[in-house]
Design a protein around this ligand. Structure first.
Ligand code: ZN
Length: 509
């Protein structure tokens, strides 16, 4: 938590913080317009909105690369005590400025143009189920991303190309840290999934499938989000094609959702996932809003918050002991269901082709596949010509399924068209960290099952506030993890959780 008795900000830091507040305000303005675009903007608003967003991004970039800001950072650095809040402000500001200045302007423009073209050809390639339509643009995006990564390496931001890619989303994590983690996880998961599938148990999912009127789904979702601690006075829930969370400071953090008419799970767990993200943003210290260290520390830590509420809380038997009477109140025709009938339906293990529809047991294998393929692409051992075969072979090896089409295989994700390589591992880091945090919270708070069954979510939220949210970017993510859990990030807690749930549904090995 921010130290309330913190010493006053040295004069040398005023200039840095004042300049940063303007940059943060421009980002917030863009984020409000981005939210509007995804939720309520009429379709014909697109071209005008694109111009405004690009002008705002240009202004923010200009301010970020202003030599006067660099001078203000160095002046603050000169008076910052090692380990102090100001030292953390300087570290975060320097990192952002170094990243913004490391890439030459013409390279940044070339990448922006290439990705905007690639987004269009990716959509067409997917509709036409033909990787060849996307391949030339993908090749260009990969080439420019490599040049960009090389520029970061040259600027001293990262040691290797893949480190440079990771650094954008998960600062402090390196390929050397992630690769062994995912390799261990891969072997364990393949075993767990194979054993579960081999048992031939058919899970009855009827308690959570069939008609669920949307009004009831929304009301139930709002009740659950409120119980989690999501503050509707500092946020709102709207519909969008792809659920997301966006915030403009801790006082305004908005979430969106979508639902299925005949399945409770996508809507409810979408809301819990986004509300988990939003609790992080609503819990950031208001005093640090608009400063370099005022935001969430990394995408992996962000994802740990959404997955913790969605999977560790929301899919647990204890949570459903609290939720079931509320569920029945919103869906009276489900009065005959029981927690024992619902719980197994939340833990099916079903190897499949599509990442975003994957269950908890197989999800991380989709990420391992992408990580291995990205490393091969950026390590030079794999070219776009062989990408489809590499993808299909990897899926067959990891999940035992072979995509019948490119659309349901290598073309399923938007990320590569946007040049977002090195992004996927953050999903798995989030899953692993969620379980590690949940265990650490249990060590301090006692029986989490009893708390959840009683609906005592503020206890758990309070722990997350003290150990994660309240620190914003005060500490680099690996340090935050060690402070919160007493250990570096590992896969053990996640595997313990997964084995226990899979065993509960499919029986012991
Ligand atoms: Zn998420």
């Amino acid at each position: 938590m921010p130290d309330s008795a913190a010493p006053p900000v040295p004069a040398a830091a005023h200039e840095l913080l004042a300049r940063w507040a303007d940059i943060a305000a421009l980002h917030d303005a863009g984020a409000v317009l981005g939210w509007d675009q995804e939720t309520v903007m009429p379709p014909k608003g697109q071209p005008g909105r694109g111009r405004v967003l690009s002008a705002l991004a240009g202004l923010a970039h200009e301010k970020l690369t202003d030599p006067a800001l660099a001078a203000a950072i160095e002046a603050a650095a000169a008076v910052a005590e090692p380990g102090s809040e100001l030292a953390a402000q300087v570290r975060e500001a320097r990192r952002a400025v170094t990243r913004a200045t490391a890439v030459p302007g013409d390279l940044a423009r070339a990448k922006a143009e290439a990705t905007s073209a690639a987004l269009v050809t990716w959509q067409r390639a997917r509709a036409e189920d033909d990787l060849a339509v996307f391949a030339p643009d993908l090749r260009r995006v990969i080439d420019l991303t490599m040049q960009e990564a090389d520029a970061y390496v040259a600027a001293g931001i990262a040691a290797t190309r893949y480190d440079a890619l990771l650094d954008e989303f998960e600062p402090g994590m390196t390929e050397a840290m992630v690769a062994p983690l995912l390799a261990d996880l891969r072997d364990e998961l393949v075993g767990i999934v194979h054993a579960a599938v081999g048992r031939g148990v058919a899970v009855d999912e009827s308690a959570v499938t069939g008609p669920f009127p949307v009004a009831g789904q929304e009301a139930f979702g709002r009740e659950v989000a409120t119980a989690m601690g999501y503050d509707f006075e500092a946020g709102r829930l709207d519909a969008s094609a792809h659920p997301f969370t966006t915030g403009f400071g801790p006082g305004d953090v908005r979430i969106t959702w979508r639902w299925a008419d005949d399945d409770l799970r996508p809507g409810l767990y979408g809301v819990m996932h986004e509300a988990g993200h939003a609790l992080y943003e609503q819990g950031l210290p208001p005093a640090w809003a608009g400063t370099p260290m005022g935001g969430a520390v990394s995408l992996g830590v962000h994802e740990s918050q959404s997955r913790l509420w969605e999977n560790l809380v929301g899919r647990s038997e204890a949570f459903w002991r609290w939720a079931h009477p509320r569920f029945v109140a919103h869906f009276p025709d489900r009065a005959g269901t029981t927690v024992d009938a619902i719980h197994p339906a939340l833990h099916t293990v079903r190897p499949s082709l599509i990442r975003v529809e994957a269950d908890e047991a197989t999800y991380n294998l989709h990420i391992v596949a992408r990580f291995e393929i990205e490393r091969a692409l950026f390590g030079g051992s794999l070219g776009v010509d062989d990408l489809r075969d590499a993808w299909d072979d990897t899926y067959e090896a990891l999940l035992g399924v072979r995509p019948p089409s490119a659309a349901d295989g290598v073309l399923q994700d938007i990320h590569w068209s946007m040049g977002a390589f090195g992004y996927f591992p953050t999903y798995t880091l989030g899953n692993l960290l969620a379980a590690q945090l949940f265990e650490a919270a249990g060590r301090e708070l006692g029986d989490l099952d009893a708390l959840m069954a009683a609906g005592d979510f503020p206890e758990l939220l309070g722990w997350l506030r003290r150990n994660v949210h309240g620190h914003a970017s005060r500490y680099p993510a690996p340090e935050l993890v060690e402070r919160a859990t007493g250990a570096p990030l590992g896969a053990d807690a996640f595997l313990r959780h997964l084995r226990a749930t899979v065993e509960a549904v499919y029986g012991a090995a």
